[in-house]
Structures are given as structure tokens and as C-alpha cells.
Write a protein that binds this ligand. Structure first.
Ligand code: NAP
Length: 346
């Protein structure tokens, strides 16, 4: 393959080394390479937005999981929205926007495999990575298939200002349930209650967090949508009602834990599972792929009629992706974390 021009180069962020606990800047490396000329049946894509998601932390470890790890030296995995800037592909035209798992990079040649064209429903296109994308789909399917909230029930969700948690609470309310959010810090808590309209919110950083949670759940918890694990889960467990449902979606509080385990409380947890007939059900959103059309229909219409709001946190420039990703694992993002790959840095 020959380069398109001596000036057009693709920038990419690769995994430089596997983190030991919390990822460091030195675990990432920015590289540059000439961009190849697309051949017949191929096109050149310019990435506009990169989604930064908690699951990427798992891919940095060489540990058995539902998906293989990123090799050291390999481009960091990630879903992006990209624009076709040159096409020799019969089905794609210059200017079209596509969604795909292309990774943390600026340009790439593609034959179209694994890409989805974005239609007018994705306005702005960033929604394809957030509220109308994988995180939104996770919230919708996990809550409705596993949580199954009924009118009047109490639904609790942590990381409540993020793309998964914020939609979980808003859908719970649409279904007639009471939504209680858990978030980190005053700004996020205000947003969750005042703007998203949750019935109550509790700051998990407060010293008396467990007591505050009990106070805002006077009738106990019927559905706990598990996004974080750790101490938040320990505060929720005693409040779960008989027959409560727990969609286990993620455990972000534990992702930087080297050995993937905290103090062993399994015996006590299992006792609660038995005595209160609890259902804990883990899931990966892809198992519900057939429900994507219903999801897009429902959530698009809820956005259009103002029943669902979403918030995005956009960082400028690919080189800031590692810093933003590290910050997300500590709660420094506020809304769906995206990188404007073509944005000017600093
Ligand atoms: P997000 O809310 O944008 O970002 C993560 C948030 O987690 C942070 O902003 C922070 O919010 C909270 N957090 C981080 N460390 C924490 C800790 N130690 N204790 C309590 N909260 C902590 O993330 P998201 O994309 O919506 O994802 C939410 C969860 O869903 C993650 O666990 C993710 O892995 C999971 N997920 C699962 C699937 C699936 O298919 N199963 C798909 C997508 C996402 P605060 O500052 O408010 O605490």
C-alpha cells in the first residue's frame, strides 16, 4: 500500500504496558504512521469522536474475561464515530458518518466490515456513542429485562450522572417506579436530582453514606442496578427487599484492584441471597442485541418528548484520551466521556 500523502499521518494510542492497579500515563504511548491509500472496495475514515468506557480497563489486563485483552503494543480498543473522507467502496460515500470499533486513532482504511452507517436519528452524532449507543442500550436492556421495575417500586442506581446510570433512573421513572441515584460530589448530585428528576440522590463520598441511603429508601430497595460494587454494594445489600432484582452491569470500584477481589464477604452475601430470595443476574449488553430496534424507538421518542435528558463530557484532542480515561476511573468525568479527536488540544 502506498501513502496517501507525505503529510497525512494517522495518530494512534497504543497500550505501552499492562497497568499494575491504577493505570498510569506511561501505560499508554502516542504513535504516528503514514496513512495508506484505500484500494478497491476500501475507504479512508477520519475519526471524529472516540468513546471512553470503563470496560477498556479490563482489556488492559491479561486476565480471562468475556473478551480477549489488548496486546501490549496494540492500539487501544474503542468505539468511534468517523467520517468517510475518501471512498473506493460502492456502498459508502464521502461525507457519510459511520459507527465502528476502530480504536483510539485518528485515521484508518476500512473495507466496511463491522461498520454501521449513522442515519438522521443520531443527531448529534455523539449520541451514537452514548444515550443512543452501547451505554444507553445497556441501561435499557439491563433494567427492563432483569430489573423489571413495577410502579411504586424503588430502583437504586450508582454512577447516576453517567450514561448508563442516568438512563436507568429516567427509565425507572417512566415505568412508574421511584428512582434513587448515587453519585460522587455535590455537582453530580444536584444534576441527578434537579435536572434528571430522580426522586432522591445520595453522595457516596459522604461519611454517613449508608445511613443517608437507608433514609431515602424507607420502603427498602426493589431493584438495584449494580454499576460500581465495593462499599456502595455493601451499603445497598442490607436494604434489599424480598424478591429484589439486581442486574449486575459493572463493578467500576473494583476495576483497578490488581487481584480482582476485596475482603471475602461471600458467605454473608449468600445468606442474604437465600433468606430474601434475591436475584443477582450479570449481563453483557450484547446478549440483548435483538432488542436494538425497540431501544432506538423508545429512547429516541423519550428524548424527543423531553422525558430523557443526557449529558456529555467532551475532551479535546486524542492525546488527552489517556488522562481522561484515568480520570473516569476516579469519577472525574461528568456525563458520557468522549474525545473530540479532531479538536485542538489545550
Ligand atoms: P460513567 O458513569 O461515565 O463513569 C464511571 C463513573 O463511575 C464515574 O464517573 C464515577 O461516578 C463512578 N465511579 C468510579 N469509581 C467509583 C467508585 N470507586 N465508587 C463509586 N462510583 C465510582 O460510566 P458508564 O459508561 O455509565 O458505566 C457505568 C458502569 O456500567 C460501569 O461499571 C461499566 O463497566 C458498566 N457497563 C457495563 C456494560 C455491560 O454490558 N455489562 C456496558 C456498559 C457499561 P461518581 O463520581 O458519580 O461516583
Amino acid at each position: 500500500m502506498t501513502p496517501v500523502s507525505s503529510t497525512l499521518r494517522s495518530r494512534r494510542i497504543v497500550l505501552a504496558s499492562r497497568p499494575n492497579g491504577k493505570p498510569l500515563h506511561t501505560d499508554f504511548r502516542l504513535e504516528e504512521a503514514p496513512v495508506a491509500e484505500p484500494g478497491d472496495g476500501e475507504m479512508l475514515l477520519s475519526v471524529r469522536y472516540l468513546s471512553l468506557d470503563p470496560y477498556m480497563r479490563g482489556r488492559m489486563d491479561d486476565r480471562k474475561s468475556y473478551s480477549p485483552p489488548t496486546p501490549v503494543g496494540g492500539v487501544m480498543e474503542g468505539e468511534v464515530v468517523a467520517e468517510v473522507i475518501r471512498s473506493h467502496h460502492p456502498d459508502y460515500h464521502t461525507g457519510e458518518m459511520v459507527l465502528g470499533r476502530l480504536g483510539w486513532l485518528t485515521h484508518v482504511v476500512s473495507d466496511g466490515a463491522g461498520l454501521t452507517k449513522l442515519d438522521a436519528r443520531f443527531d448529534p452524532v455523539t449520541t451514537a456513542l452514548g444515550v443512543l449507543g452501547m451505554p444507553g442500550f445497556t441501561a435499557y436492556t439491563g433494567l427492563l429485562n432483569i430489573g423489571r421495575p413495577r410502579p411504586g417500586e424503588t430502583v437504586v442506581v450508582a454512577a447516576a450522572s453517567g450514561p448508563v446510570g442516568s438512563l436507568v433512573g429516567q427509565i425507572a421513572r417512566i415505568k412508574g417506579a421511584r428512582a434513587v441515584g448515587i453519585a460522587g460530589g455535590a455537582d453530580k448530585c444536584c444534576f441527578v436530582q434537579d435536572e434528571l428528576g430522580f426522586d432522591a440522590v445520595v453522595d457516596h463520598r459522604a461519611g454517613d453514606f449508608a445511613q443517608q441511603l437507608a433514609k431515602v429508601c424507607p420502603k427498602g430497595i426493589d431493584v438495584y442496578f449494580e454499576n460500581v460494587g465495593g462499599p456502595v454494594w455493601q451499603a445497598v445489600l442490607p436494604l434489599l427487599n424480598k424478591d429484589a432484582r439486581v442486574p449486575v452491569c459493572g463493578l467500576i470500584a473494583q476495576y483497578n484492584d490488581e487481584h480482582g477481589a476485596g475482603p471475602d464477604r461471600l458467605a454473608a452475601t449468600m445468606r442474604e441471597v437465600v433468606s430474601r430470595s434475591l436475584t443477582l443476574r450479570g449481563f453483557i449488553n450484547t446478549e440483548f442485541a435483538a432488542q436494538r430496534p425497540a431501544f432506538l424507538n423508545d429512547v429516541s421518542s423519550w428524548i424527543a418528548d423531553g422525558r430523557v435528558l443526557y449529558r456529555e463530557d467532551v475532551v479535546m484532542g486524542l492525546d488527552r484520551a489517556p488522562e481522561a480515561f484515568i480520570g473516569m476511573l476516579e469519577g472525574r468525568n461528568f456525563g458520557k466521556l468522549l474525545v473530540d479527536v479532531t479538536g485542538t488540544t489545550r
